[in-house]
Design a protein around this ligand. Structure first.
Ligand SMILES: Cc1cc2nc3c(=O)[nH]c(=O)nc-3n(C[C@H](O)[C@H](O)[C@H](O)COP(=O)(O)OP(=O)(O)OC[C@H]3O[C@@H](n4cnc5c(N)ncnc54)[C@H](O)[C@@H]3O)c2cc1C
Length: 458
């Protein structure tokens, strides 16, 4: 690696920090209808609201906006722990150092939709939910609700995945090898680790079981390979996958082979067991041969350890019935109301429907949830129209696979609801060229991202 590149990258890192600050990372507060003052006591009752939404992400912001669009006088409060929004979608483009993408592309200001749509926002962390009293306890006080919507997203499950690790080790690994499936500082650290890297391998580990945005780690591999090629960094992107499952698998594999040669190495049935952050090594069980399971240790220069996922603890706090494996909310039939409590709804990655956990799905679910809540408040009932029972391309998820020319692949999912839960069926189309990837797909990726950000923030 040349000295020039390293200096340039350091300069780049400074620009990123400046961009984050300018975009509002360090700003104190956004306008709220509820006090944002940290002086408020955690036990003080701050007020009662018709609809309280937990989580100012893709699902939560869409519910709040949707309800206020239906009725400008509706009292809606969003509780969000972060003061600034940062997007996970499109964050891999930042790692690929694609032209025109920086942290400013991902960071958005909550003041904008609050002012535009007039819902309230309390920046506080939810610490408990008392369903009997219909109260949400937060670090800034207690909020009472008539209707509660849960959209808190995911959490990591290091504790069950790495049973021999103590809290100190988990904290350290989280910091030096962040998963970057939850937006915020994890992406900043991963980007910095890549910008500072010398020649060597980048290891990405895939979680076991269900996880947020299943194509995301493989898009990330494509973008890190792109970055390494641009910067002439010698080394590979090694993906340790505990199974052979891979979202958009044939499309990624075709693109990797044709665009990145042998730069990306995808290893099936390789389950991470330990990390030594001093020696910079990962130990894993190679289970690809049933008869000869071997423990192997390999060195990394940068590690993106994506831990197993689970539903955000807010779901458990609410006491609603959940699925055993991930802790998703068990839904009331093909609805976004929970099965346990008619006054609690859920959208986003925590819903128990068989639909993909994506930002696009979260906004689709939010629209249905808004219809249900609005009609209920009008004294009417609302269910998904049984006559049509299908939403074509309700989810669409793009992945950028290369730069110059910028190309992407995508999957679409049709949703159906003629059974007990909403289900989905995915399809990864080929472009007219006969290949999965194309430049128009890449244009559609940025158009999709800009459109959904406009939808949430304008
Ligand atoms: C790298 C990457 C790429 C992706 N690309 C795409 C893509 O191209 N297309 C797509 O459709 N999806 C994509 N996704 C998936 C998408 O980001 C998620 O599916 C989506 O964010 C889910 O929305 P949500 O509302 O459930 O959760 P989130 O958007 O995560 O929102 C949850 C919010 O709740 C807040 N919160 C959590 N706990 C508390 C608490 N205790 N108190 C207060 N607030 C709390 C969080 O701070 C957060 O703001 C991608 C994800 C990743 C990681």
């Amino acid at each position: 690696m040349s000295l020039n590149r390293r200096n340039l990258l350091k300069f780049g890192a400074i620009s990123v920090a400046a961009a984050a600050t300018m975009a509002g990372c360090n700003k104190e507060a956004v306008p709220t209808k509820v006090s944002n003052s940290s002086a408020a006591s955690a036990s003080a009752v701050l007020g009662k609201h018709k609809v309280v939404v937990i989580g100012g992400g893709f699902g939560g912001l869409s519910v709040a906006k949707g309800l206020r669009k239906k009725d400008k006088s509706l009292d809606v409060l969003v509780i969000e722990k972060n003061e600034t929004f940062m997007s996970c979608p499109y964050s891999n483009a930042l790692l690929g150092k694609l032209d025109g993408v920086d942290f400013g592309t991902l960071i958005h200001d909550y003041a904008q939709p609050v002012e535009e749509h007039g819902y309230g926002m309390l920046h506080a962390e939810v610490t408990n939910i008392d369903r009997a009293a219909k109260q949400v306890h937060t670090t800034k006080g207690v909020v009472e609700y008539e209707i509660l919507v849960l959209s808190p997203g995911i959490a990591y499950d290091y504790e069950n995945q790495f049973k021999s690790w103590d809290a100190e080790k988990i904290k350290h690994i989280k910091r030096v090898a962040p998963g970057a499936l939850i937006s915020g500082k994890e992406h900043v650290i991963l980007e910095r680790n890549l910008s500072d890297m010398e020649d060597g391998d980048v290891i990405i580990t895939i979680p076991e079981g269900k996880f947020r945005c299943p194509p995301a780690p493989f898009e990330r591999a494509s973008m890190i390979a792109t970055y390494m090629e641009k910067e002439e960094i010698e080394g590979k992107v090694i993906i340790l996958n505990p199974s052979a499952k891979m979202a958009k698998g044939p499309a990624f594999k075709e693109s990797w082979e044709e665009l990145h040669g042998d730069r990306i190495e995808h290893m099936d049935y390789c389950k991470i067991t330990d990390v030594d952050p001093i020696a910079k090594t990962v130990t894993y069980l190679d289970e690809s041969d049933d008869d000869a399971v071997v423990s192997k240790t390999i060195k990394y220069e940068v590690l993106n350890l994506i831990p197993n996922n689970k539903a955000n603890p807010v779901v458990e706090m609410s006491g609603v019935k959940t699925t055993t494996s991930f802790g998703k909310v068990v839904m009331n039939g093909c609805s976004f109301q929970t099965k346990t409590d008619p006054d609690i709804y859920a959208v986003g990655d925590v819903v128990g429907h068989a639909i993909p956990p994506s930002g696009q799905t979260a906004t689709w679910a939010a629209k249905q949830c808004v219809e249900e809540i609005f009609n209920r408040l009008e004294g009417k009932s609302y269910t998904l129209p049984v006559k049509t029972s299908t939403a074509k391309s309700a989810n669409i998820c793009y992945s950028i696979v290369g730069d110059k020319p910028k190309e992407a692949i995508f999957v679409t999912h049709d949703f159906t609801w003629n059974g007990k839960v909403i289900k989905s069926k995915g399809h990864v189309p080929k472009a007219p060229s006969g290949k999965f990837r194309s430049a128009p797909n890449a244009k559609a990726t940025s158009d999709w991202y800009n459109g959904i950000m406009r939808d949430l923030f304008a």
